[in-house]
Write a protein that binds this ligand. Structure first.
Ligand code: ADP
Ligand code: MG
Length: 286
C-alpha cells in the first residue's frame, strides 16, 4: 500500500495485511493499552482533555500557581502481539507515543488501562538510558552490567569486549560527559546487549552510529533474533528500520495506525510524512 492513506481512519478500518512470518511463541502481548500522563500546569501537546473534571477543578482550587492538572493521552488503545524471533520497528512522528509505549512494555510506566504481558523482562535502551555522565565509561559498564543481572566479576570479564565493541579506546577511563554523542550511543548499545536479552528495545539510541557501527549492531540484533529473542526498534531513520526489522508498527497520536510488513508500513509512513512536508514534523525524517 504505497498510495496515500486516509490518516483519520481507525486502525481497525485498515485492510487486513499479511501477518508476520511463522515465528516462535508470543514474547510480548499488549492488550488495549492506554497510558495517560497527568501534567501539572500548561499543555504539553498530545491529546489533552477539553475541560477539566469537577474533581480536577476541585483539586486545583487551592493551587496558587502552576495552572490546572491536565491529562496527556500518550498511548490510546494499542494492541499487538510480538513473537520470539521478530524484529519490530516503531514509527511515528514526534510525540506520537513511541517512547511511552516502550516504557510501558518495559514495565517502567504502569498502564492507565489495558494490559501488558511479557515472557521475560525487557531491556530498554533509550536516549535517556541510565548512564551517568560523571562516571567513566568503565564505571557505567559496571553499573549497567549489574543492573542487567551480571555479577561484578562477570562484568569485569566482559568490560574489554564492551569497550571494544563501543570503540571507546582510552575514553573508557574518561567521564562520559567527555564523550561524543556517537560514542555514548555506542556504549549504551554495547552495555544493553552485554547479556543477550530476550527482549531488547532500542529507542533512538543508534541514531548517531556510523555505517560500520550500524553493521556491527545489526549483526548483534540478528544474533538476538537467532536466539529467538524479540527486538523493538524506534528510529527516525527509515533505512535502519527497513534494514533491521521485518515488521513495523506505526503509531500516530497514541493510536496504532498500521501494523504489518516493514516495507509496507515504511512506505505508508513515508508518504504520510511527505504529505505533511512543510509542516514541522517533516524535518524529523532523515
Ligand atoms: N513524562 C511525561 N509527562 C507528561 N507528558 C509526557 C511525558 N512524556 C511524554 N509525554 C507526552 O506524551 C506524548 C507522547 O510522548 P512520547 O511517548 O515521548 O512520544 P515519541 O517517543 O513518539 O516522541 C507527547 O505528547 C509528550 O509530550
Ligand atoms: Mg521518543
Amino acid at each position: 500500500m504505497t498510495e496515500d492513506i486516509d490518516y483519520e481512519i481507525d486502525a481497525e478500518d485498515l485492510p487486513a495485511r499479511s501477518g508476520p512470518r511463522a515465528l516462535g511463541s508470543p514474547s510480548v502481548v499488549v492488550d488495549d493499552l492506554h497510558v495517560t500522563y497527568r501534567v501539572f500546569g500548561g499543555r504539553k501537546g498530545g491529546t489533552v482533555d477539553e475541560k477539566p473534571s469537577l474533581l480536577t477543578r476541585a483539586i486545583n482550587a487551592g493551587r496558587p500557581k502552576g495552572g490546572p492538572i491536565s491529562r496527556v493521552k500518550a498511548v490510546r488503545g494499542v494492541s499487538f502481539v510480538a513473537r520470539h524471533g521478530e524484529s519490530i520497528g516503531i514509527l511515528g512522528t514526534n510525540g506520537s507515543g513511541k517512547s511511552t509505549l516502550l516504557r510501558a512494555v518495559a514495565g517502567l510506566l504502569p498502564p492507565t488501562t489495558g494490559r501488558v504481558f511479557v515472557s521475560s523482562e525487557p531491556a530498554l535502551l533509550g536516549v535517556n538510558a541510565a548512564l551517568m555522565p560523571k562516571l567513566t565509561g568503565e564505571r557505567n559498564i559496571m553499573v549497567g552490567g549489574l543492573a542487567l543481572g551480571l555479577n561484578a566479576a562477570e562484568v569485569r570479564e566482559r568490560t574489554p569486549e564492551v569497550a571494544d565493541f563501543a570503540e571507546l579506546g582510552d575514553f573508557l577511563y574518561m567521564p562520559m560527559n567527555a564523550y561524543s554523542s556517537g560514542m555514548a550511543s555506542r556504549l549504551r548499545f554495547a552495555i544493553s546487549t552485554i547479556k543477550t536479552p530476550d527482549i531488547l528495545m532500542i529507542d533512538e539510541a543508534l541514531a548517531t552510529g556510523d555505517a560500520s557501527f550500524r553493521r556491527k549492531s545489526t549483526a548483534r540484533i540478528e544474533k538476538i533474533r537467532d536466539n529467538a529473542g524479540t527486538v523493538f526498534f524506534v528510529s527516525h531513520s527509515l533505512g535502519s528500520v527497513r534494514a533491521m526489522c521485518n515488521r513495523a508498527l506505526w503509531i500516530e497520536k497514541g493510536e496504532l495506525v498500521m501494523d504489518g510488513d516493514v516495507d509496507e508500513v515504511c512506505d505508508a509512513y513515508n508518504a504520510f510524512v511527505k504529505s505533511r512536508k512543510g509542516a514541522s514534523a517533516g524535518a524529523n525524517l532523515r
